[in-house]
Ligand binder design. Sequence first.
Ligand code: SF4
Length: 259
Amino acid sequence: MGMEGQSREHHIVALSGGKDSTAMSLRLQEVEPRDYLYVCTPTGDELPDMVEHWKRLERVLGANIIQLRAKHDLNGWIEFWNALPNGRMRWCTRVLKIEPFQAFVKRKSLDGTVTVYVGLRGDEPKRRGSVYSVDVKQRFPMREWGWNVGDVWKYLSKKNIRIPKRTDCARCFFQRLGEWWETWNNHPAIYASAEKQEADTGFTFRRKDRDSQPTGLKELREKFESGYIPKILPHPQDDPGLQQQELFDEETRCRVCEL
Ligand code: SF4
């Protein structure tokens, strides 16, 4: 019997590459093995560790991760609009992540049923899934398993998986002062291009109320060059104390990007 007239079942795993979606994707394969479509939405501004993590995850999953890309990457949109995204105008998440993902889900819904698997945990009940214009079933497997943040870290450690310290954009306006220092110190070319974008657009990536240090990246760089080193947090996988804290609360972090 052919496929004609049969409805297909699409099982789409939403992957950011962060700890939650990474753990969910690996555990799902163990407890509910099937042909999943693993999907991520790169912004083109990921740090090298993050790009490497997606490649490693493909090897461990034994499957391709479909990369959905918008018309422009983050820097292309900044140039196109001559504006920087910020907490009040967070167009980056919408155009680079939400819209491409929703369009993909919609396309899949045209020839079958769609189930989307999202890495929301039991200990973050305020977070909700997305709203779709088509009929989509959303599942939150970690909530079904009763997993909290500690379970996620424990599972990743058992599987010997190390998550990149930063899974967001290199120039994300949500980053802390210590992360800007690390961007400047470890990725000077990225810092310099972000500094140039501030000069070109007249906007800043930093919020005045985050800390008492200079808002502009140029002034901040000068301060770093003079020897100032802000507090640098360790990698959570090197510090069990940090693993119990949800460092990335909804106000100060891109939760879509942290899925
Ligand atoms: S990580 Fe930051 S800059 Fe990148 S899309 Fe998310 S909110 Fe925007």
